[in-house]
Design a protein around this ligand. Structure first.
Ligand SMILES: Cc1ncc(COP(=O)(O)O)c(C=O)c1O
Length: 454
């Protein structure tokens, strides 16, 4: 009988994360201090991050051991299955072989706990009592609430206002795991108050919520900040996804031709693809496709330059593709993809043309999600559906060229808390936002910070 799922045993779960930094073709530009514009030092980051994570952020080591306590929690759902999408293939009548790595099996429903558990562990080990964070779609907030719950820590979540109202049940999950959740911008922080003073009706954005969480952490000694994406240590923790996928594909006797993931800040894509990038850099014929929404087209229409990671300009300046830190994306239903920047490691590889990027409007994305739900049964998160749309397009391309490619995508999460979005789609109410960001992008890019030599 044909296998639908390729499993690894718990003993086969990787014991180390993969750090791509030593394998990059060129060194990464440093983070710059927001006030001085000089490269930041570990001491600058110590106000909001634990030493262990600061070390991981710049580590030159290729392999970093996963602590036993983290592995024990991972074992609750890891290794996650790799599925062969037989039914989707049949529906598409494609000669392509399609696989997906199923990260929706975590308790929070996405890949996000892979780094949340690690971040909570290192903070707890260094005596931190509370973590503050932002969340867009609510997936990251749930993941951090879950992780803090396991390590008996408090968790404060600033949830982008539009998602706070669109997704009440994500809030409930965070509450069950013991977190406090506030709609952002809020009046709890200086950053939130000044944004509200300028625009009381704002729908919020990840950039604004990050400003609030960073300020909360920086102004409380017992509190650190946890970021769900973008930073190098987050990409590192997520590589468990790609490392498992590599082993599973080998068990299936496969070598991938195309790897696909959606991109918000870049963590599920990076975690899934980075373990394969080294092979590509050594000459393997492999395409890596990063997919984003046309409503927030960071990689496809942004500028590769230094910018703040947040709206208020509290974070270090990061060299990345950016739409400008004041860009506020429209309230599309893939809330986790509404971020003005992207992970600097991912951006570097896009800039160096190792990784390709493309963007889709939301209606065709939901159409692909519906086909996936009809064939494979799983209702994907709207973020994930972007990857599915690209996989479907690749598979259709194979039909035209009669090439039987091996296409693998990361199913970064399920959409069980996104059903209002699906209702909107089924009722024909979703708008495809493509043209309207043009003016917004121009305006936000005009507000980029001035950096020496740039
Ligand atoms: C299911 C899911 N996929 C993808 C993303 C995008 O984030 P990242 O690019 O860091 O993986 C999110 C963010 O919230 C998410 O919830």
């Amino acid at each position: 009988m044909d296998s639908y799922k390729i499993h690894l045993s718990e003993a086969e779960m990787p014991q180390e994360w993969y750090n791509i930094i030593p394998d990059l073709p060129s060194p990464m530009p440093p983070y710059l201090h927001p006030a001085t514009g000089e490269p930041i030092t570990p001491a600058d980051l110590a106000a909001i991050f634990p030493r262990a994570l600061i070390e991981q952020e710049v580590s030159p080591e290729r392999w970093i051991p996963i602590p036993d306590e983290v592995r024990r929690i991972y074992q609750l759902w890891r290794p996650s299955p790799l599925h062969r999408a037989w039914n989707l293939e049949a529906a598409l009548k494609t000669p392509a072989r399609i696989y997906y790595k199923n990260e929706s099996v975590s308790p929070a429903g996405s890949h996000k706990p892979n780094t949340a558990v690690a971040q909570a562990y290192y903070n707890k080990a260094e005596g931190i009592r509370r973590l503050a964070t932002e969340t867009g779609a609510g997936q990251w907030g749930c993941a951090l609430a879950l992780a803090c719950n396991f390590f008996s820590m408090e968790c404060t979540v600033y949830m982008v206002k539009v998602s706070y109202h669109q997704k009440p049940y994500r809030r409930s999950l965070m509450h069950i795991w013991g977190a406090s959740v506030y709609p952002s911008p809020s009046d709890r922080t200086q950053a939130g108050r000044s944004i509200l003073a300028q625009d009381p009706e704002t729908s919020g954005s990840l950039g604004m919520a990050i400003s609030e969480a960073v300020e909360d952490a920086a102004t409380h000694d017992d509190t650190n900040y946890a970021l769900g994406s973008v930073l190098n240590h987050v990409m590192l923790h997520q590589t468990i996804v790609g490392l498992e996928t590599k082993k599973q594909l080998a068990l299936a006797g496969e070598s991938p031709d195309v790897l696909i993931g959606c991109v918000g800040g870049g963590s599920n894509f990076a975690g899934f693809c980075f373990p394969f990038v080294a092979d590509k850099l050594k000459g393997k014929d492999l395409r890596l496709v990063a997919v984003e929404p046309t409503a927030c087209p960071t990689l496809t229409r942004g500028a590769y330059t230094y910018d703040f990671g947040d709206t208020a300009g509290l974070t270090p300046l990061i060299m990345m593709y950016t739409l400008g830190h004041s860009f506020v994306p429209s309230g599309i239903h893939a809330g986790g993809l509404r971020y003005h920047g992207d992970a600097p490691l991912l951006c570097r590889l896009v800039h160096d043309k190792v990784i390709e990027a493309r963007a889709y409007p939301q209606n065709p994305v939901f159409e692909a999600a519906r086909l996936f739900a009809e064939t494979e049964g799983i209702i994907p998160a709207p973020e994930t559906a972007h990857a599915i749309k690209a996989a479907v397009d690749e598979a259709r391309g194979c039909k035209e060229t009669s090439r039987a490619k091996c296409i693998v995508f990361n199913l970064s999460g399920h959409g069980h808390f996104d059903l209002a979005a699906y209702d909107g789609f089924l009722e024909g109410q979703l708008k495809d936002i493509e043209l309207d960001p043009e003016e917004m992008i121009k305006k936000a890019l005009a507000e980029l910070p001035k950096v020496k030599g740039q």
